[in-house]
Design a protein around this ligand. Structure first.
Ligand SMILES: Nc1ncnc2c1ncn2[C@@H]1O[C@H](COP(=O)(O)OP(=O)(O)OP(=O)(O)O)[C@@H](O)[C@H]1O
Ligand SMILES: [Mg+2]
Length: 348
């Protein structure tokens, strides 16, 4: 059922191994579990988002759609989640980067390929490769917004500044309406001092564009792809599953889809927590039932816990002190990052 305009979100960071694919795969799965019709497009020749769903060696891939050998719909694969489709990638895609260099509108290929399909989905998630080459440019040109997974390390801010410069160029020349959806902190270890410092700095520059949910370092998240499953199907009890379910809620709220398909009591704050838990758990259970994976009472409890209130003691990854708006005025003058990305209006 289409009740909202589709939203194309590119998961991008030119730095390798920061959690782009893990974030793209698991957010897409969580959106689908909350009954948003979702398309995940793998734009990385490494094909990690495809193998994360056990999809390898299929005849049609995103490459074929980019070079015009087929339409995007023909490359769509089903997944274990009924509301989630996948356009896979493989090593062929390296060729596209070279073959398209001299082609007309070479940065618009994905946008054109997607034009026919995007209205069939509520959300399209694009997993980008670790570079700012032609494949990423195609993703940025096709997208409404970017979501940046960020690992809080020493060079994170420099990398972020460079990414933002590229985004500004794309806005100027290729896609004026491209927005910053949000920044997600990944592989977080709160015992690490440097990590906390970098986080504070990122929050002071980007304010409420930084999601409150932090994705913790969690071994279950790194195991899931080798089983061909997103974390909510691999281990719903894990901290990784809890975190991605929460992050998905934040992203949905930010694109105005937060309450569109959930009962009215969801709009209420803390008091209605029990109803929220029941309804969300039911949604998740039914999604998982549809995907032929046994739903147990424990699953319901886990998903309910994962969607509980922010005061949930389990939630060590969303610290109360971050509830207040970070101090920003003193950073306004020295912010090296494009102003247009400082505030895009409320995220939700
Ligand atoms: N929160 C996490 N906890 C533990 N391991 C993680 C987490 N997030 C990602 N990983 C692992 O870290 C590695 C890199 O993650 P991922 O593939 O998502 O990064 P990426 O940015 O897509 O990498 P690339 O730039 O190569 O595409 C993978 O082995 C993944 O399983
Ligand atoms: Mg990746």
């Amino acid at each position: 059922m289409m009740t909202t305009r589709s939203r194309v979100i590119a998961v991008v960071n030119q730095k390798g191994g920061v959690g782009k694919t893990t974030t793209a795969v698991n957010l897409a799965a969580c959106f689908a579990a909350s009954e948003r019709s979702t398309l995940l497009i793998d734009m990385d020749p490494q094909g990690n988002a495809s193998s994360a769903f056990g999809v390898v060696d299929v005849p049609r891939q995103v490459y074929d759609a980019l070079i015009g050998r087929c339409v995007l719909k023909e490359a769509v694969q089903p997944t274990a989640l009924s509301h989630l489709h996948l356009v896979p990638a493989g090593p062929d895609l390296v060729g596209a980067e070279i073959e398209l260099v001299s082609a007309m509108s070479r940065e618009q290929r994905l946008a054109s390929a997607l034009a026919d399909s995007r209205e069939s989905y509520d959300i399209v998630v694009v997993d980008c490769p670790p570079s700012l080459g032609l494949l990423t440019l195609n993703a940025l040109t096709a997208a409404d917004a970017i979501l940046i997974p960020l690992q809080c390390e020493y060079y994170a801010l420099e990398g972020l500044a460079r990414l933002m410069e590229t985004v500004t160029l794309v806005q100027r020349h290729l896609n004026p309406s491209l927005e910053l959806q949000g920044i997600a902190l990944t592989m977080v270890d709160m015992r690490n001092n440097l990590s906390r410092q970098v986080e504070a700095e990122v929050r002071s520059h980007f304010g409420d564009k930084v999601y409150r949910t932090r994705i913790p370092r969690n071994v279950r998240l790194s195991e899931a792809p080798s089983h061909g499953k997103p974390i909510i199907l691999y281990d719903i009890h894990s901290r990784g599953a809890t975190a991605y379910l929460r992050l998905a809620e934040e992203v949905l709220a930010g694109i105005g889809q937060g309450a569109s398909r959930t009962p009215p009591q969801l709009a209420e704050p803390v008091e209605s927590a029990p109803e929220v838990e029941i309804s969300q758990a039911a949604v998740l259970e039914s999604a998982i039932e549809e995907s032929e994976i046994e739903a147990t009472p424990a699953l319901g409890a886990a998903s309910a816990a994962s969607l509980g209130s922010a005061t949930d003691p389990m939630e060590a990854d969303t610290l109360p002190e971050l509830e207040s708006e970070p101090e920003r005025s003193s950073h306004g003058e020295t912010n090296p990052l494009p102003r247009s990305f400082d505030r895009e209006g409320p995220r939700g």
